[in-house]
Design a protein. Sequence first.
Length: 164
Amino acid sequence: MSAEREILEYLNKNKHSLRYKGIRVNLMGLPDFKYYKYQTLASKFFTLRKKGLIKEMPSGEYIITIKGRAFLEEGKDILRIFETTDKNENSVKDLLIVYDIEEGRKKERDWFRRHLKKFYFVMIQRSVWVGPSPLPKEFSDYLKEIKLGDNLKAFKLAKDYNKN
């Protein structure tokens, strides 16, 4: 089968756009900016320029600054990635997690939310999630290691959560 046919069949079968980390990408994996509003992109460029992470050259092109490169290096994921559990989306949801992770630890908070989703938790409110118990032991231990354990409380529910 030719590569062209495989690409067409893939796109026909998966009637959604290609995405990587939430951003639309083309078949080569490069960001596909044509799907973003002009104002959104202009606003993001303005913010990056204001922070000194990019600069505009006299030719009109943008380049990343030394400060921008340092920002990218600093932002590399240093948090551990945990695999999914033996649970699934139909597992009994009998563990309530309430957390308050301060604004200064946004990276850790986002990482925590992504893992709750991975462990089949559903959000009830912004910082209140319910899902199957127990949390994986390695994950719980790691939360204590990165000092997030004190920012959350887990409650075992007497009966399972039913969103209906």
